[in-house]
Design a binder for this molecule. Sequence first.
Ligand SMILES: *Cc1c(COP(=O)(O)O)cnc(C)c1O
Length: 218
Amino acid sequence: MITENLQKIKDAIPDHVTLVAVSKTKPIADLQEAYDAGQRIFGENKIQEMVDKYDILPKDIKWHMIGHLQSNKVKYMAHFVDLIHGVDKFKTLKEINKQAKKHDRIINCLLQAKIAEEDTKFGLSFEDIEAILVSEEFASLKNIKVVGFMGMATFTDNNSQLEKEFASLKHFFDKQSAKNPALEILSMGMSGDYPLAIKKGSTMVRVGSSIFGSRNYN
Ligand SMILES: *Cc1c(COP(=O)(O)O)cnc(C)c1O
């Protein structure tokens, strides 16, 4: 089913939208099937699991870290991670910069904005993001590149609520990217809400269960 699911989603999303196949908790065989169907970008939310999969799978895969980051684990993925979505502390950005430097790399990052009403979702306020982007200390970090923003909407089937949250991040993104051309990526949308997120301006969707089936965390 993975091949068929992927094809359906790829057919449904516009060309300017990048599909991240979220493979967390899924076995290597499932990722290999998606790879054989042409998928090259995979998202994981645990660093150790991503490292284990990176070691086994083909090296032309681009690995995206989509989970909440623990600074002390950044070093394990610094040699290969392609994009880190969930940066929500300046301290984490500094740690990514430090580890990237050791490998003579520039690591692309997205700042995670808090757009959901729930308390459980991580993220920076728009004010905090703006303060980071204009700070001198940020300008001194030469081994990271902030290439956009990521947001997670409230877990709800209330479409007008979702629209409001996606639209607020899109609006902020447009304002910031007009000033800073490095900001090119707006990562919003998961299995339950990616069509709406794309309508509201997402350029990158993170889709897991609609490709690989529901997850079993046991
Ligand atoms: C798990 C996860 C996804 C994918 O969720 P699905 O509902 O399975 O598509 C997307 N983004 C983040 C940050 C996730 O942790």
